[in-house]
Design a protein around this ligand. Structure first.
Ligand code: HEC
Ligand code: HEC
Ligand code: HEC
Ligand code: HEC
Length: 257
């Protein structure tokens, strides 16, 4: 009897120890440890004030945008201008003052799974997560949620994509927001496909993805297919609170003229 008790106690102890070990070695903890070490080494004075280097899940709550983004749990240096010559995820964000992260978070532009705390899940490379992180080469698709497509100083890929759409006569067979050939396939929500890779491959060679497709193979360059993909992806709509819509459409239009 006492042997059995001793044995089960031992098992319990081992399970607890393993659990504690696993908790201590969580992916994000290891990133935080490395970041805090980098900070102590590389600080140039800007961050000299005593820091609280706590091990914790860090998050940005954005009820208006219906998001909670925990990306900064690992991407700790996004607003730290001293974090230049360091690897991802510690690096400072390019142009980070344009969209303060406490108001914008991350997934509004990058997509991905805001609440997740492992690299794979956060970047959305998991089953049943419908919005995997946009590869950076397509990221300008997100700018159209708040900015005018036609503003080249914001998102040149969108301006180019729209131009290519006209150049190749896509509207001869397709409709976007009611404009285009009657009876054509509506692309207003980027069609039924969500994956940027699908769009890119389909544009390069429609018949390879859709056997017997009547869509012509235009012999597009990779660059043309890329900007067209950015343009198609930007057609997906998301409701955005008006204070985020930039700044007032009128002033942008007059600027573009
Ligand atoms: C558990 C830690 C972790 C979390 C959480 C995390 N990331 Fe990352 N991220 C990384 C690491 C590590 C890299 C560099 C290696 C890689 O790309 O996997 C990276 C790279 C990136 C890159 C660069 C990709 C490229 O192509 O160069 C982007 C963009 C990015 N993350 C965005 C996000 C966003 C948005 C979130 C939140 C939805 C997020 N990350 C959450 C660890 C994390
Ligand atoms: C307003 C849109 C926007 C928001 C919000 C945003 N990003 Fe980015 N992010 C971009 C763009 C655009 C790029 C590519 C910039 C470039 O290549 O010059 C980028 C690049 C990156 C990279 C790659 C940087 C590199 O040096 O390779 C990472 C990592 C990243 N973002 C993470 C984040 C995280 C984490 C957040 C939230 C704290 C965030 N971003 C919020 C638009 C955004
Ligand atoms: C959720 C809405 C939102 C998204 C998404 C967004 N922006 Fe912005 N952006 C804003 C707002 C709001 C401002 C501030 C405008 C102001 O101060 O007048 C701004 C300012 C800017 C500015 C500086 C001011 C200007 O108009 O030149 C640039 C450049 C910019 N954004 C580029 C981008 C790019 C590139 C993307 C996509 C990667 C992007 N934005 C995505 C809302 C957004
Ligand atoms: C001659 C007519 C024709 C032209 C021109 C044409 N397409 Fe298509 N497109 C089709 C047909 C037919 C399909 C359905 C079969 C398929 O998916 O390949 C299609 C499908 C698509 C889809 C997938 C829609 C969905 O919901 O599955 C996209 C995206 C698309 N086209 C974009 C374009 C773009 C961008 C251009 C211009 C570069 C273009 N198409 C030019 C005929 C055309």
């Amino acid at each position: 009897m006492s042997k059995l008790f001793a044995f089960s106690s031992l098992v319990l102890l081992i399970v607890l120890a393993l659990w504690a070990w696993k908790d201590y070695n969580r992916e994000w903890r290891i990133y935080q440890k490395t970041f805090y070490a980098l900070e102590n080494k590389g600080s140039t004075g800007i961050n000299d004030k005593k820091r609280e280097n706590r091990y914790e899940i860090k998050q940005i709550d954005l009820p208006e945008l219906k998001r909670t983004d925990r990306c900064i749990t690992c991407h700790l240096g996004v607003e730290d201008p001293t974090m230049v010559k360091v690897k991802l995820p510690y690096k400072v964000h390019p142009n980070f003052s344009q969209h303060p992260f406490n108001e914008f978070g991350c997934t509004i532009c990058h997509l991905g799974q805001g609440r997740a705390t492992t690299v794979k899940a956060a970047h959305g490379e998991v089953r049943y997560w419908e919005e995997p992180m946009l590869p950076l080469k397509y990221i300008q698709a997100s700018c159209a949620k708040c900015h005018l497509i036609s503003n080249p100083s914001v998102a040149p890929d969108l301006v180019l994509g729209m131009k290519k759409y006209e150049e190749y006569g896509c509207a001869d067979c397709h409709i976007i927001d009611g404009v285009g050939e009657k009876g054509g396939i509506d692309l207003s929500l980027a069609g039924k496909h969500r994956s940027p890779d699908w769009h890119f491959a389909h544009l390069k060679d429609p018949q390879a993805l859709v056997p017997d497709s009547q869509m012509p193979n235009f012999g597009l360059t990779d660059e043309d297919a890329r900007v067209l993909t950015v343009y198609l992806l930007c057609l997906r709509k998301e409701e955005i609170p008006s204070r985020y819509v930039c700044p007032s459409p009128k002033s942008e239009i007059s600027e573009a003229k």
